[in-house]
Write a protein that binds this ligand. Structure first.
Ligand code: AMP
Ligand code: MG
Length: 316
């Protein structure tokens, strides 16, 4: 089979790596401009690390009905969709818990070690506390509710950037990866979009690694192996179990999921880390192929995730 000649550009965005791939290399610049515009807009709208983002400003005015921009409304809707689909395993009201756990700035600036901290479930008010009228684009946050869209906003940026880039070039196909959260649009390469599966989005792309091929939609990975730190001798990480307010303690250190969009893949990958053993029946019932890695490195491929040629794995 002949392989498609691709145009590729690597950059940084949203505090992570960004890769844009097009199947019509002559259109790379136009695709890049369109993708860049929407990714910058998401950063200005939904980042919790920017004090001037629309989300940060919303978090600062609890107890009032606030009209939000169409893009923040879309990002809030994606976060709340995550909560609905996962029975609250994904919950955008984890903002306070994530911050108290120590993830209160761009990950690169978090001290690796520090004094003990006290965490408990009282810091997660629950997604039903958010009053959101999507049609009117109004939001009401009770006092004590801090929204964090970390599990869905980057994925939404990938989905919107891939669509915007494809619309701008109106031919071929586009892939956008933001730190390994990947969305595709348009016509895929003949051989499909080959994605290397990795626990660390900064891993190099090499021969001999497990890859999976997608044609549409998106793929996302959530992992507790990279974004972790220590407080009072306790290892903490960035994915909070809303039922405890603590970093999730389930059997999976990494979850990779394929879905109809990058947002849905991301909802499912974050949820899998939180759900633990329950993730397997939930992924099967949702029809989402997934690759779960447990703490000793054993790989579990579930719900139709393809078996690689050689790998120390089990199939559930
Ligand atoms: P991901 O890497 O896609 O799994 O997203 C993790 C990010 O989402 C974290 O860095 C937090 O900002 C946020 N987050 C952590 N736990 C949750 C949760 N249970 N529900 C929703 N967002 C979460
Ligand atoms: Mg993610």
């Amino acid at each position: 089979m002949s392989t498609t000649l691709l145009g590729i550009v690597d950059d940084r965005a949203l505090g992570t790596s960004m890769r844009l791939v097009v199947t019509r290399p002559a259109k790379l610049d136009a695709a890049r401009a369109a993708a860049g515009t929407i990714i910058r807009a998401i950063d200005e709208t939904a980042s919790r690390f920017r004090h001037d983002s629309e989300l940060s400003r919303l978090n600062q005015v609890p107890g009032r009905h606030i009209r939000v921009s169409p893009l923040l409304a879309q990002a809030l809707a994606a976060g709340l969709r995550g909560a609905r689909l996962t029975g609250g395993a994904v919950d955008p009201t984890v903002g306070t818990a994530v911050r108290l756990a120590g993830y209160d700035r761009d990950f690169a600036s978090i001290p690796a070690d520090g004094s003990p901290i006290q965490l408990d479930v009282s810091t997660v008010p629950g997604w039903k506390a958010i009053e959101f009228d999507e049609a009117a684009r109004t939001v009401y946050l009770p006092h004590g509710v801090e929204i964090d869209l970390g599990a869905t906003a980057k994925a939404l940026a990938a989905d919107l950037a891939a669509s915007a880039a494809f619309e701008a070039i109106a031919c071929g196909g586009v892939l956008v990866s933001l730190g390994g959260d990947i969305a595709v649009a348009g016509e895929p390469p003949l051989e499909g979009w080959a994605v290397q599966v990795s626990e660390d989005s900064s891993a190099r792309i090499e021969e001999g690694q497990e890859t999976v091929s997608i044609q549409t939609g998106g793929i996302a990975t959530s992992s507790t192996t990279v974004r972790r730190w220590t407080r009072g001798g306790v290892v903490l990480h960035h994915i909070i179990d809303p039922s405890t307010g603590l970093p999730a303690a389930g059997p999976w250190r990494t979850a990779t999921v394929v879905a109809g969009s990058c947002v849905d893949a991301n909802i499912a990958s974050t949820a899998a880390i939180v759900m633990g053993d329950w993730a397997i029946p939930w992924l099967k019932a949702s029809g989402l192929p997934a690759r779960l890695v447990d703490h000793d490195g054993t790989v579990h491929r579930v719900s139709g995730w393809p078996q690689p040629d050689t790998s120390p794995s089990s199939n559930s």
